[in-house]
Design a protein around this ligand. Sequence first.
Ligand SMILES: [Zn+2]
Length: 204
Amino acid sequence: MPKGQHYGRTQTRAYTSEYHRIFANTFKNLLTVPFGNYSLNADFLSNEHQKFKLTNLECGVRLMTFTINDKPHKIALIIDKRSASNKLYITCPYCHKQRQSLYAIKYAYGCRQCIGLHYASQSERPNERLMRRIRKLRKELWGYDWPDVNNMFEQVVYWPKPKWMRWKTFEHKRGKITELENKYWPMVDTQMKAMFGHNFMPDC
Ligand SMILES: [Zn+2]
């Protein structure tokens, strides 16, 4: 193999153009409208991806809560006061980072990085590194096509054993992933508290 070239990559990659996106700059009016139930009025989105409840956190941050597949997906509206233009960002329900846009996938909204549309950067935070490791181990066990393989809200403890695998091997591998999942959420919690104060987690 010639130096500097890679062959044999068979993993299929998703491309960002296949997904619909919502953009932070289209939500500016939500900073001043009354709290309550709203809809995005976008035909390309499912009903559940359109309807949300606008609420306020005690720290003053406004929050959109979408109920998708019976689970709450919380997206905060954050104004970056460091920039002169007071640019508006929306937070990813998974990594809670400020983003200019989020992608609509089947049962969620997520940022490009969280839904695996490109390779992780080297400057990722420890919890992102852990998340990537969990997803990698999940894919080794259940495959890339398993519906919730990237969904950190789903815990592998309820996922079925692949037919070909011995129970002992399966329980060992699944136990390892569960152990990492148990480490993951406290890390996310700490990061969220650092970003939003102590008022982010409770429903309000
Ligand atoms: Zn994200």
